[in-house]
Design a protein around this ligand. Structure first.
Ligand code: OGA
Ligand code: NI
Length: 345
């Protein structure tokens, strides 16, 4: 538990293990204003929303992540979720110590720094992981934190609504892309719903480290409550775009499995997290995942003589295993190009 960053009252200096080597420092310029993520208003008519999603893609070639507003998840459910997560990290250490674990196979735990196990530099992040089994996402399993007292109820309500939104977006994507409307239902989105409550304490030297290194999410679809404190950046044409949070909105990004299913028509975008000197930042990522045994490959609708499969067909479990092995120790750039990664297998 003492390894958790937020357990220390204040960090006067950045411990050496968090300092990134010069070539991996976050200095690279990040643009804000010139280009931004498309904002999609889900309360518009179905045709209009579908068109907005596809147009966003065509116009700026940026069909990888978007911000959604008027999305049907109640503002109250989002606010309660953010509040209860902040309260969780503010609890006295003894109330959380039992949840601390370095065992990545544990469904519910708090841990620090690591993402995939690169054995390299540490990242300036603490994380609470919670998993809800599908279809019972409204029933929190035993082992979840029992403090704050309302955490279970708040997380359950939030997860049911957020998964519902994710499924709605997946259906719209299918319609827009000419897939059967229920193509992304069933096992491909029916694994556990995993929540990462990311907590980035104030950092004594934001120029020397990152909250999360560049990575792509390996699941199907991610819905992020990004906090009103900035920090998230997404890769765009060799540069990084700072994401400007919109109150009450989710940032939605496509996971590797959507890139595979669409044979690269949708891309899983690389993103990273910057830290800041002044304030803690707490975000909530909801990952919609396939079941471990689900076999995923490019859909026939995206294949032709001119478009052979660019990705292998693998079970989700296999994909995750190979993906982290190929990446292990290579570089902090955990993804670069999924196609190349798959070729190396
Ligand atoms: C993640 C992630 C971004 C953020 O949890 O995978 O990319 O801003 N989080 O916390
Ligand atoms: Ni991510």
């Amino acid at each position: 538990m003492e390894k958790m960053l937020h357990a220390a009252p204040v960090h006067a200096t950045l411990p050496e293990c968090f300092i990134f080597p010069a070539d991996k420092l976050p200095q690279a310029k990040a643009t804000s204003g010139a280009v931004s993520l498309p904002i999609i208003d889900l309360s518009l008519g179905r045709d209009e929303v579908r068109r907005a999603i596809l147009d966003a893609g065509k116009e700026i070639g940026f069909f990888q992540a978007c911000i959604v507003v008027n999305h049907g998840v109640s503002l109250e459910a989002m606010r309660d979720m953010e509040a209860v997560c902040q309260e969780f990290f503010a609890l006295p250490q003894e109330d959380k110590a039992g949840l601390y674990s370095e065992d990545a196979g544990k469904a519910t735990r708090i841990y620090s720094s690591t993402m995939f196990d690169t054995g390299a530099e540490k990242y300036w992040r603490d994380c609470l992981r919670l998993a809800c089994s599908f279809p019972d996402v409204g029933d929190s399993p035993s082992g979840w934190p029992d403090k704050p007292a309302r955490l279970r109820e708040v997380v359950e309500r939030f997860t049911v609504q957020t998964r519902g939104l994710g499924m709605q977006i997946l259906r719209l994507l299918c319609e827009g892309l000419g897939l059967r409307p229920d193509y992304l239902e069933g096992d491909i989105s029916g694994g556990d719903v995993v929540l990462h409550v990311n907590h980035y304490p104030p950092c004594p030297d934001p120029t020397a480290t990152l909250g999360l290194p560049p990575h792509c999410d390996r699941n199907l679809l991610t819905l992020l409550v990004p906090s009103m404190v900035r920090g998230l950046e997404v890769a765009y044409k060799g540069d990084w775009i700072k994401v400007d949070p919109v109150p009450g909105a989710f940032v939605v990004n496509f996971g590797c499995q959507l890139e595979v299913v669409t044979n690269g028509v949708l891309k899983s975008i690389e993103h990273r997290v910057m830290t800041n000197l002044g304030v803690a930042r707490t975000t909530v990522a909801t990952f919609i995942m396939p079941t471990t045994d689900c076999l995923i490959g490019p859909a026939a609708e995206f294949l032709s003589d001119d478009n052979p499969p660019a990705y292998r067909t693998l079970t989700f479990g296999e994909f995750k295993r190979i993906y982290s092995v190929v990446k292990l120790g290579s570089s902090l750039n955990l993804t670069t190009n999924l196609k190349d990664v798959q070729k190396e297998l």
